[in-house]
Ligand binder design. Structure first.
Ligand SMILES: [Zn+2]
Length: 420
């Protein structure tokens, strides 16, 4: 079993990644450097005298042996998730639809029987598990934030806890082994990934199936989502790297499928070796990765990222020279990367607006003094342009904002900046 020698968690600082976090190979290849980025949840209140702020190098490294992409620095989660960082529900429409689709897929491929148990790691408010509360199936959620309380209120048994081997063993002792374990959008965030997988094995029945969904590295390359690179996201998986990780622990990948969540993810089914037939989807995705994840693709990606920055700046310069006002729409974590990498400041972006009730309101965008204001300002002020910082859901956002009365034009910053 490979274990990381030193963890950033509890260090109060950061550690350099000098070996691949999945396969331990030492020669990691740099793909892209986005500069030194501030922690995305460190947002001073508007009007606070400005003082020093930390910034961490954001370099994307690639492992040639297992094809995992990973950040070159791991920052202590205590810095990335300060106590002031509140829980915000991550269950958007696209996520709810994805969870409903996942439950239908499980029903058809590997149906659960009455009394069998499904455990969701990082279960949030229980949205995924709520789809399985039928036919006598037992559900159980493990969630590190207070969102678990919402799940319990909805009748979904859950505990508030980080997931690790110890918690897995305890859960198995109390609830029994699980026929299905799910972990959606979890594998990128947790530092000691090998401990997580060995915990999953401790929890999984002999014939059990583990299903993970992770942001997919190919989607990042294809749609130029460099703005999803920030220090909360430690890794960007390929199927090849997930296969390597799971096989290290005796799990076999039996099915894989690309899904649209988080701008493009991969859903991977795994079980103990030789328990289930391996579907053709596995070889197919692995082949595609061999063809597409190449040095040429990385060079092209880097050029495209740089060009998108220059093109966006050129577009914004034109608008500003005509006296146009530009409001940013939404301050998701990815907005911080885009704003800091492109170099937007309060002279370019007048403000960023957030939905009423967001804890980000009345604060500055990390690394800048661009104010975050309530969304009502967009409709009251009617700036000439709205810059969509959640551009990956532009098609969902634009009709909504227009319907609610915004009369200006929209700037979609990526993959190629455009006005519509
Ligand atoms: Zn590796």
């Amino acid at each position: 079993m490979k274990t990381q020698k030193r963890l950033a968690a509890g260090s109060g600082g950061s550690i350099v990644v000098d070996r691949c976090q999945v396969c331990d190979a030492p020669d990691l290849e740099p793909i892209l450097f986005l500069g030194y980025l501030p922690p995305v949840n460190t947002m001073p209140l508007i009007g606070t005298p400005l003082t020093e702020q930390p910034a961490y190098p954001a370099e994307l490294l690639f492992c040639k042996k297992c094809t995992l992409a990973q950040l070159g620095l791991i920052v202590d989660p205590a810095i990335l998730f300060p106590p002031s960082y509140p829980y915000t529900s991550g269950t958007t429409r696209i996520l709810r639809e994805n969870f409903a689709e996942l439950s239908r897929e499980i029903d058809s491929l590997y149906p659960l029987k009455p009394k069998q148990l499904i455990v969701d790691i990082g279960s949030n408010d229980g949205t995924l598990l709520s789809n399985f509360q039928k036919d006598g199936v037992r559900v159980f959620g493990i969630e590190p934030t207070n969102a678990a309380k919402l799940a319990v209120e909805r009748g979904i048994p859950s505990i508030i806890s980080f997931f690790n081997k110890e918690v897995a063993v305890k859960t198995a002792a109390e609830q029994g082994k699980a026929q299905i374990v799910t972990a959606t959008n979890v594998f990128a965030h947790i530092e000691n990934i090998h401990d997580i997988v060995s915990g999953i094995l401790a929890l999984l029945d002999d014939s059990g199936i583990f299903i993970s969904e992770s942001h997919y590295f190919r989607s990042l390359l294809e749609t130029l989502q460099y703005d999803t690179i920030y220090h909360e996201h430690l890794r960007y998986y390929t199927l090849t790297s997930l296969k390597h990780l799971l096989e290290t622990h005796g799990l076999e990948v039996i099915h894989a499928k690309r899904i649209p969540t988080h701008g493009g993810s991969i859903r991977v089914y795994a079980a103990r070796k030789d328990r289930y037939p391996v579907q053709a989807s596995v070889a197919q995705v692995l082949d595609e990765e061999k063809r597409e994840i190449t040095a040429d693709a990385f060079a092209k990606f880097k050029r495209a990222v740089v060009n998108s920055k220059l093109d966006l700046l050129a577009l914004l310069k034109e608008i500003k020279s005509e006296g146009g006002r530009i409001y940013g729409i939404g301050a998701p974590s990815r907005a911080s990367t885009l704003i800091n990498y492109v170099g937007l400041d309060d002279g370019i972006l007048d403000c960023v607006v957030e939905i009423k009730g967001s804890y980000k309101i009345d604060k500055y965008v990390p690394g800048t003094i661009i104010p975050v204001l309530e969304e009502a300002r967009l409709f009251a002020d009617q700036p000439e342009y709205a810059l969509l910082l959640s551009w990956h859901i532009a098609n969902e956002l634009i009709p909504k904002l227009t319907e609610r009365g915004f009369k200006g034009r929209y700037i979609v910053p990526l993959p190629a900046p455009r006005v519509q």
